[in-house]
Design a protein. Structure first.
Length: 114
């Protein structure tokens, strides 16, 4: 599942991962993320942090409160250690800068540590 308010970024992620991922569901805001997760139960969630109505941190908290085993990769263009720390604190699986989106393919193929 791709959650990002920028349609171009969602399209770019689909293009980068089209040979790795069988199907995608998309949300344009964190407010849609929990309902979509409940409906589709995706293997992975790629969650933007900065969105207009409900940010990625809040959406991640909501998903993880209902589905504690959800695997959420926070994605952002802001290389800020405080954002990374907050993502880890709320339970995100990974934190990836948008300039390093190719790293996502490696992350989703890694065997879970848990």
């Amino acid at each position: 599942m791709i959650v990002d308010d920028n349609a171009s970024v969602r399209s770019m992620i689909r293009t980068l991962l089209h040979t790795t991922v069988d199907s995608f569901c998309e949300c344009s805001d964190g407010s849609e993320a929990l309902k979509s997760y409940e409906q589709y139960h995706p293997d992975w969630v790629l969650m933007d942090i900065m969105m207009k109505r409900v940010d990625g941190f809040q959406a991640t908290k909501e998903i993880l409160s209902e589905f504690p085993n959800a695997k959420i990769i926070m994605i952002t263009q802001h290389n800020d250690p405080k954002l990374k720390q907050k993502a880890q604190t709320i339970g995100a699986t990974e934190f990836v800068l948008k300039e390093h989106l190719l790293d996502i393919e490696h992350i989703i193929h890694r065997k879970p540590i848990k």
